[in-house]
Design a protein around this ligand. Structure first.
Ligand code: ADP
Ligand code: ADP
Length: 231
């Protein structure tokens, strides 16, 4: 079963009498374990696509099957539940909760699911260790470097073992050395079989992925497997 299947997906924004068609009939399939990069000029529809894939917004037309299940007619509450159970988000701006320390930030998605505190703590500690954060467990986000904050965000995105990981310019706020470390981490997750969709402007980053999907004016311009044939 594909992780992502968009069928003639359309997204139209309506603000009063103004209508903007951000996605014009997108067909896209992403199979388990794929690492796909989304590229395209500003305004071409990348964020709209990521929001739809992440169940943060509703389609205006067509269908979206996530892990074989249509999400097109779900309520906001159902989408919220799907998000917290099945999607891992990594953002340019980390989106950590400033009042919570490293462990608590990693645990947040587990509390949405009602996982007992002791169990959540064990999982969070294991992921923090894996991300090289063992000596920062009680630090607040403000006390961490950008790269460390992004590692916390990646740990948080992994804690529910998501079906799909979505990354929006995850190295956009990092210097090149720190950014390269984060990209290596993402490569490792891919090597472990995670399914990853990442928006980037950076051609060097795109070369690391298996597949590059280019958007132009709300449509897919090209869809290339980097050198290799489709697995
Ligand atoms: P990208 O991420 O590639 O820059 P977006 O998905 O943000 O592109 O935008 C695609 C189109 O949809 C643009 O024309 C943009 O102005 C429009 N758009 C995006 N979000 C909204 C919104 N909330 N309301 C109205 N129009 C929007
Ligand atoms: P709820 O609707 O139950 O409060 P949330 O939507 O806040 O749940 O959280 C579900 C998941 O979606 C979280 O893992 C969070 O990281 C992500 N998320 C929530 N809001 C946004 C947003 N505006 N942009 C990107 N991701 C978001």
């Amino acid at each position: 079963v594909p992780i992502v299947e968009l069928r003639d997906a359309v997204k139209e924004y309506v603000n009063g009498s103004l209508r903007v068609t951000a996605l014009r009939g997108i067909n896209l399939r992403i199979d388990p374990g794929e690492y796909a990069v989304i590229m395209g000029a500003s305004g071409s529809g990348k964020s709209t696509l990521l929001n739809l894939l992440g169940c943060l917004d509703h389609l205006s037309g067509g269908d979206y099957l996530l892990g074989g299940e249509s999400v097109a007619n779900k309520t906001d509450d159902q989408l919220s539940e799907i998000r917290s159970l099945r999607i891992g988000f990594i953002f340019q701006s980390y989106n950590l909760i400033p009042q919570l320390n490293v462990l608590e930030n990693i645990e947040v998605p587990l509390f949405y699911q009602g996982v007992p505190e002791s169990e959540a703590r064990v999982k969070a500690e294991a992921l923090a260790e894996r991300m090289g954060l063992s000596d920062r467990l009680k630090h607040k986000p403000m006390e961490l470097s950008g790269g460390q904050q992004q590692r916390v965000a990646i740990a948080r995105s992994l804690v529910c073992d998501p079906l799909l990981m979505l990354a929006d310019e995850p190295t956009g706020n990092l210097d090149s050395k720190t950014g390269a470390e984060i990209l290596e981490l993402i490569d490792e997750l891919h090597a472990e079989g995670k399914t990853i969709v990442m928006v980037t402007h950076d051609d060097d980053i795109a070369h690391r992925a298996q597949r590059v999907v280019r958007f132009l004016d709300g449509k897919i311009l090209s869809n290339d497997w980097n050198g290799a044939p489709k697995p």
